[in-house]
Design a protein around this ligand. Structure first.
Ligand code: G3H
Length: 532
């Protein structure tokens, strides 16, 4: 299934490998040592027929010096709240972001291609990720205008005049995931910047080069030091950033294990805000009266879109035993209809995984399940070649298997039967995760009674549909090990800011003073202007 180099259609080829040897820090490009190669999940055969992941470029190796320089630059730009960016008017910050967005849109074709080559996402889904991100930025700007305009007034309570606005928190360390390297990262980065924070940004392990076309846009749109990149190995550079005590907000989409560890490294954890999107093991509960065609479609797409590499993916299907055989038949038919191939090919459902280690991890899950009495039910399930792994439906999954609780984050669909609804509910209740659940059924009494306890165990109950994050104006969060803080177009603005206010006694002299400040525009905070 892997192509020969010359068979890759012109339109989807990278015009040239992307070699980036400099880091954007403090508004300047600096080099810190060498570079590391970047390989695509996509393998190709050379003239001799040898299959190997394609080399597509390189990025700075980074390290301790780079991380310290990036942190210094972010701290300097924030300047304890006195910097140009944190004291700038909201309207002026929005203008900077609009300049950046304009430049980003101009780099669409390049970024979409890099997304596809770096993480193996289909070309169509890479386009969607880009466009959804631009929409997210625009919606965030609109939400900030609303938020700020709503506070462009004074309040008088008990003889005290006050004006309340949201203000930045300081330096944000921002780290996104490889599965949505642009969208999820920007869902943190953009609100963090717009609220006046300065940022140290570490791209994910896969999905680094796609930020290269944006470096100049960042440099040109924002004051020096507002955004600074770090590329060094996470386990080396991230702890030192946290241990410095100079990071005010940890914004991470990653694992709860890492988040937990990092938070404890800050010398004053009370000073550290965390905005976290973490592990999830979303279950689907398929009831006896469910529309099984619909349930099977939603479960296949919920479990296997982007090869199951979504935090919101359905990672366990709990099916009532009375309909398990029929449901599995429908599920398997749909899984077998998914075509594996290269991400630029039309109609492809399964694409290469990011590296060979991921393929080995999937095999280990299957070996463990089979050793404990499970079986792969679909034709070709679990067969792999290079980085392509054919999805596997595993049944029956039991508590002894790793697949029962582990977040597989890949193309495996574990299915477990239940006899009593209490068993399915117990699976959700006793899970370490609490992001979302899907419920398939049609009886108002059953669904109604199910929803009431479930909304207290997860943060979104999807009825007759797969789990998902969007629409982005809805709150995206989780309980237990799944999240801290809430993300959405509006919630993220709050997550990256804190309310601050001015207050004064309602005397004639104070009123005159405030009037003069507003009329003479001596403050960006005290003002009654309206941002259109
Ligand atoms: O990886 C987690 C993403 O937030 C999932 O977003 O549900 O839109 O794919 P999605």
């Amino acid at each position: 299934m892997f192509p020969k180099l010359e068979d890759i259609p012109e339109h989807f080829r990278l015009p040239a490998p992307v070699h980036q040897d400099v880091t954007l820090i403090g508004g300047e490009y600096a080099a810190f040592g060498g570079t590391v190669p970047v390989h695509s999940p996509i393998c190709a055969r050379d003239a001799a027929g040898t299959l190997a992941p394609l080399a597509i470029g390189s990025h700075p190796a980074g390290g301790v010096d780079e991380a310290n320089a990036a942190l210094d630059a972010a701290v300097k730009a924030y300047d304890d709240g006195r910097g140009e960016w944190p004291t700038m008017s909201v309207a002026a910050r929005i203008a900077c972001m609009e300049r950046f967005t304009h430049a980003m849109v101009g780099a669409r074709a390049e970024i979409v291609r890099l997304l596809m080559w770096e993480i193996g996402k289909t070309y169509g889904d890479s386009e969607k990720e880009f466009d959804r991100t631009v929409t997210y930025i625009r919606a965030t700007i609109a939400a900030l205008k609303d938020l700020d305009n709503a506070h462009s007034r004074f309040q008088i309570v008990d003889g005290v005049i006050g004006q309340i606005r949201r203000t930045p928190l300081g330096v944000v360390l921002c780290m996104g995931p490889y599965n949505y390297p642009l969208n999820e990262t920007f869902a943190l980065l953009i609100p963090a910047l717009l609220m006046g924070n300065t940022v140290v940004f570490k791209p994910p392990r896969f999905g680094v080069l796609l930020f290269q076309p944006l470096l100049e846009a960042f440099r040109a749109a924002f004051p020096p030091g507002v955004i600074n990149f770090v590329y060094g190995r996470g386990e080396i550079v991230v702890p030192l950033l946290l241990e410095s005590g100079r990071v005010n907000t940890l914004a991470l989409i990653g694992s709860s294990r890492v988040a937990d560890h990092l938070k404890k490294l800050h010398p004053k954890t009370n000073r550290l805000r965390a905005v976290l999107g973490l592990d999830a093991k979303n279950a689907a509960i398929v009831l006896p009266d469910a529309d099984l065609d619909l349930a099977a479609s939603e479960c296949v797409s919920g479990a296997l879109s982007f090869n199951g590499q979504r935090c919101t993916a359905l990672k366990m299907l709990l099916v009532h035993r009375s309909i398990a055989t029929v449901f599995l038949k429908k599920l398997i038919t749909k899984v077998e209809a998914l075509e594996a191939g290269m991400p630029w090919e039309k109609g492809i459902g399964i694409t290469p995984l990011p590296d060979l280690a991921k393929v080995q991890q999937m095999h280990a899950y299957l070996d463990d399940a089979i050793a404990h009495g499970g079986a792969v039910l679909n034709r070709g399930g679990g067969v792999s070649s290079g980085t392509l792994f054919h999805p596997a439906v595993v049944y029956p999954v039991t508590p002894e298997m790793r697949l029962y609780r582990d977040e597989q984050f890949g193309p495996i669909v574990p299915v477990a039967p239940f006899d009593d609804l209490a068993e399915a509910l117990d699976y959700v209740r006793t899970s370490e995760h609490g992001q979302q659940v899907s419920v398939f059924g049609n009886d108002a009494a059953t669904i109604g009674h199910l929803v009431d306890p479930l909304v207290n165990q997860v943060c979104r109950v999807n009825i007759n549909s797969q789990c998902q994050r969007g629409p982005d104006v809805f709150p995206f969060t989780g309980r237990k090990d799944s999240a801290e803080g809430t993300l959405s177009v509006t919630d993220a603005l709050r997550a990256f800011s804190i309310r601050s206010m001015i207050a004064t006694k309602e005397t004639g002299a104070n009123k005159l003073l405030l009037e003069n400040i507003v009329a003479q525009r001596t403050s960006n905070f005290i003002n009654t202007g309206f941002i259109f």
